[in-house]
Design a protein around this ligand. Structure first.
Ligand code: 13P
Ligand code: SF4
Length: 319
């Protein structure tokens, strides 16, 4: 509508005035994803978001996503200003892994290499040896296991268990979960698969084991998007946040996308699988933050100095 168009054009101008660029995650509002692309920013998975921030010349990064993504951007780019539409946008994995308890867990297992998922606070990353995202967790853990290292993994137990099963690594798992992906139900998915026997099943590894077990492809958001283009199937059942459908439809308009059911008997409800914290990012608060400059990410220098080591290890490995 005309109001949205006017809002978007004001944001475009503000981005120019502030020498700012938008970095949006695939789970955010499609309006933000398209605006990021149109204005020289990017829409990406967690690993690509981290990389993009270091490559752009913009002085200000506006991270549309959840807090750990803003923190990672700041840790990698301490000289840049990092803003988010709403700093309260957290993540159940980050919330479920408080620094004190996590530190005690690590201290109790000093012979383990500490690998944490990107979805954690800067302080937790500072205690880790490695940070990984879902797109690179398998090769990193394979590499460590091949060196005979025992692994302490936090916080996502489902992703951790998946990595453990595929790599055969010896892993101690923290008991965390993503509230969005935990809602996918294996029994209901089986029903939907029976209704669409030719559909390929795409699952994010934050989903429970019995859902991952039914997948044709398990991967990060970028890897699942790629699968829609690369696999010959016409139909896809997709078990991840509904935000991903915008990009999938854009790059594969001829494919049929079916949201995996989150509850009940074969229910297919696109809006049920959507992260409440990703949903806190909107055009309105994006404009506000560009006007006021509040909602800025700060990371304590002592924490930053240690957290950057675990993040940089992953980036170097990924090269
Ligand atoms: P990826 O985009 O790296 O797969 O991350 C998924 C996620 O849950 C981010 O919150
Ligand atoms: Fe966290 Fe899950 Fe939301 Fe991603 S989708 S930010 S893992 S709660």
């Amino acid at each position: 509508d005309t109001e949205t168009a006017a809002l978007k054009s004001r944001i475009r101008q503000l981005l120019k005035d502030r020498n700012a660029v938008l970095v949006a995650h695939y789970y955010t509002d499609p309006e933000l994803q398209s605006l990021a692309e149109e204005t020289g920013g990017t829409v990406a998975d967690s690993l690509e978001m981290a990389r993009f921030g270091t490559e752009t010349k913009a002085e200000t990064l506006v991270v549309c996503g959840v807090r750990f993504m803003g923190e990672t951007a700041k840790i990698l780019n301490p000289e840049k200003r990092v803003l988010m539409p709403d700093l309260r946008a957290t993540c159940s994995l980050d919330e479920g892994c408080p620094t004190d308890e996590f530190t005690a867990f690590c201290d109790a297992h000093p012979d383990h290499t500490v690998v944490v998922y990107a979805n954690t606070s800067a302080a937790v990353k500072a205690r880790a040896d490695w940070m990984v995202t879902s797109s690179i967790a398998l090769p990193v853990v394979e590499h460590l296991a091949a060196r005979g290292e025992k692994i302490l993994w936090a916080p996502d137990k489902h992703l951790g268990h998946y990595v453990e099963r595929v790599t055969g690594a010896e892993m101690l798992l923290w008991n965390g979960a993503c509230v969005v992906h935990e809602e996918f139900k294996s029994f209901a998915l089986e029903r939907v698969r029976r209704l669409h026997p030719d559909a390929a099943v795409l699952v994010h590894p934050e989903a429970p084991d019995d859902v991952v077990d039914q997948a044709d492809v398990v991967g990060s958001t970028t890897q699942l998007i790629r699968a829609v283009v690369e696999l010959p199937n016409r139909e896809f059942i997709v078990a991840t946040d509904a935000g991903i459908f915008w990009k999938m439809r854009q790059i594969a308009p001829d494919k049929i996308l079916i949201p995996a059911p989150t509850a009940g008997e074969g229910a297919t409800c696109e809006s049920c699988a959507h992260c409440p914290w990703m949903a806190m990012n909107a055009l309105q608060n994006l404009e506000q933050v560009l006007l006021t400059g509040d909602q800025e990410i700060h990371v304590e220098p002592a924490i930053r100095a240690r957290a950057v080591v675990s993040i940089q290890r992953m980036l170097d490995f990924a090269r």
